[in-house]
Ligand binder design. Structure first.
Ligand code: HEC
Length: 121
């Protein structure tokens, strides 16, 4: 009896840690309207497009499914290649969270099956 309790407690701990590893860190909540303003006023739109849709070779697509938040903010603080640097002096972590929220708020594309013209054949 006691052994089974210990075993199920151990299993519960195992499944909890397993879940924690499988889930990426949750995106912080941000202010979408402020993020939209920043996306324009700080110049992101010039390379990534007004809706973060990407502009060919100028800047990759960011919305509606941006990379995980940790990677997103890392790119601003330490750009991989040609993108300008945005330090916390010119853009606070809170501002980055708002921009991230704006990217997430973009409508997702419909599945082909949900577009009548594409599902007729
Ligand atoms: C002058 C053009 C330019 C501006 C302005 C710019 N970016 Fe970028 N961005 C790039 C380019 C080019 C890349 C590709 C990686 C690199 O060059 O570092 C990139 C990559 C990224 C990525 C990584 C995307 C991926 O899939 O790899 C994120 C996130 C990002 N930019 C966010 C932003 C945000 C937010 C802003 C505004 C605060 C911004 N960028 C402003 C050009 C720009």
């Amino acid at each position: 009896m006691q052994r089974s309790i210990i075993l199920s407690a151990a299993l519960a701990v195992l499944s909890l840690t397993g879940t924690a590893q499988a889930q990426p860190a949750a995106a912080p909540a941000g202010n979408v309207a402020h993020g939209k303003t920043l996306f324009t006023s700080t110049g992101c739109y010039q390379c990534h497009g007004y809706q973060g849709q990407g502009l060919g070779t100028t800047g990759p697509k960011l919305a509606p499914t941006p990379m995980p938040y940790e990677a997103f903010i890392r790119q601003l603080r330490k750009p991989r290649d040609a993108m300008p640097l945005y330090t916390s002096k010119v853009m606070s972590d809170g501002d980055v969270q708002d921009i991230y929220a704006y990217m997430l708020s973009m409508p997702k594309a419909k599945a082909a099956a949900d577009i009548p013209l594409l599902s007729r054949f």
